[in-house]
Design a protein around this ligand. Structure first.
Ligand code: FAD
Length: 384
């Protein structure tokens, strides 16, 4: 049962059905193996490309699927039920597609978007650094102009899918003027150092990117110098936040389904677990919060599609609620399964680890708690 999607249009309902089928056949059965192997095989990326899922936000004229935001959200929910590592790749790749579409010149769109939409090339989003996380304005990577080139120096850390991505959206600055660049993987001066064994989304193939005198042509600059953080990164991060919110709904839905199944089968003290009231309470809270999270995501998608002034706040709220709900749901899913929930062969422990990541990326829980209060109080002040 998926409460919160009853009002979907026929087109969206059909799209969701096909996303769930794709997840059930191409993703969910293998998620545990990928997590253990700490990598995603290229064929799942190719399958995503062939299905049009990597071109979700790319307009049809550039070979994309041109999904609207609700459809894109549903795609993230469906994939999130199966594997958060795959969903993470869709998230960062879509952020790069969005940035090129929104800020790229015609030449840049024509060069990048068809390749990104087909999955021939996969994009990664490189903002974080060893010394700069939530406080992105602290990034130390420099991008100095040298004639027809820019020279990048610095280190990016925790970059999803950087072990295999073909192009990186990299943020740097020149004396405090931030800029964004599209840097191809084989550019001299760029070294990719894998980061393995992260707590969650273990198959998402994180890496560190080291730039040492890395020269990129002027045509690699995306948007204008000075607008790298305030426009390019901010806009892409909002899409990322929206994607993670929906992905968290999917993860929580997977916890709910696993919990209901297990509690119906497992018997203790003469009855199935589901007959014990304290287990019923955990499942009630889980089911209610999954539905509430999904409704907040639908609201965020509708407001964002309408360019409504409250859209920014709605996306923050959706991500805050959905990621914390997913964390709670995953913790309770492990609890309901007891020792079996800790079994490396089961999915509950993976969901538990993956859910924690959703509370850290795209604005950590504490940053959401302070940001939403400030957005709401600004809006309140504006009404006086
Ligand atoms: C699996 C994974 C994948 C990632 N993928 C990418 C990627 O693809 N691209 C990329 O650029 N980055 C990526 N990141 C990095 C991620 O974006 C950062 O981890 C995130 O921005 C948080 O930064 P931080 O970890 O440095 O935490 P910090 O900003 O150092 O925060 C540490 C803690 O302090 C809290 N805190 C910070 N400031 C405040 C405050 N003002 N008030 C109250 N509490 C505060 C935070 O909530 C957090 O709990 C990834 C991280 C992980 C774990």
């Amino acid at each position: 049962m998926r409460v919160g999607v009853e009002s979907l249009s026929d087109r969206h309902a059909k799209a969701m059905e096909s996303f769930l089928e794709f997840t059930a056949s191409r993703i969910a059965p293998y998620a545990g193996d990928w997590d253990n192997a700490r990598r995603l095989p290229r064929d799942v990326i190719s399958a995503l490309g062939e299905a049009g899922h990597l071109g979700a936000l790319v307009p049809a004229e550039y070979g994309g699927s041109g999904m609207d935001l609700i459809e894109f959200g549903l795609l993230n929910e469906a994939i999130g039920t199966g594997c958060s590592s795959v969903r993470s790749v869709v998230t960062v790749h879509s952020m790069v597609c969005r940035a090129v579409q929104r800020w790229g010149s015609r030449e840049q769109r024509e060069r990048w978007l068809p390749r990104l939409a087909s999955g021939e090339w996969v994009g990664a989003f490189a903002l974080s650094e060893p010394g700069a996380g939530n406080d992105a304005a602290r990034i130390g990577t420099t991008a100095r102009r040298d004639g027809e080139h820019y020279v990048l120096d610095g280190t990016k850390k925790w970059i999803t899918y950087a072990q295999a991505a073909d192009v990186f959206l990299v943020f740097g600055h020149d004396e405090g003027r931030f800029a964004a660049f599209l840097v191809e993987r084989d550019t001299p001066g760029l070294t990719v150092v894998p980061i393995d064994d992260v707590l969650g989304t273990r198959a998402s193939m994180l890496a560190e990117l080291r730039f040492t005198g890395c020269r990129v042509p002027r045509t690699a600059l995306l948007g204008r110098v000075g607008f790298g953080l305030s426009a390019v990164a901010t806009d892409a991060l909002e899409i990322g936040r929206y994607s993670v919110a929906w992905g968290s709904v999917g993860l929580a839905q997977a916890c709910l389904e696993a919990s209901v199944r297990y509690a119906g089968e497992r018997r203790q003290f003469g009855a199935p677990l589901i007959k014990h009231q304290l287990i019923q309470r955990l499942i009630t809270d889980m089911a209610t919060s999954v539905s509430a999270a999904r409704l907040l995501c639908v609201q965020a998608g509708e407001l964002k599609s309408a360019d409504h002034p409250d859209a920014v706040t709605a996306v923050w709220m959706a991500k805050y609620f959905a990621s914390t709900a997913a964390s709670r749901a995953a913790s309770d899913a492990v609890q309901i399964q007891g020792a079996n929930g800790c079994d490396p062969a089961g999915s509950a422990q993976r969901l538990f680890r993956d859910a924690k990541i959703a509370e850290i990326i795209e604005g950590s829980t504490q940053i959401q708690q302070t940001t939403i209060a400030s957005l709401v109080s600004q809006a309140g002040a504006g009404e006086d």
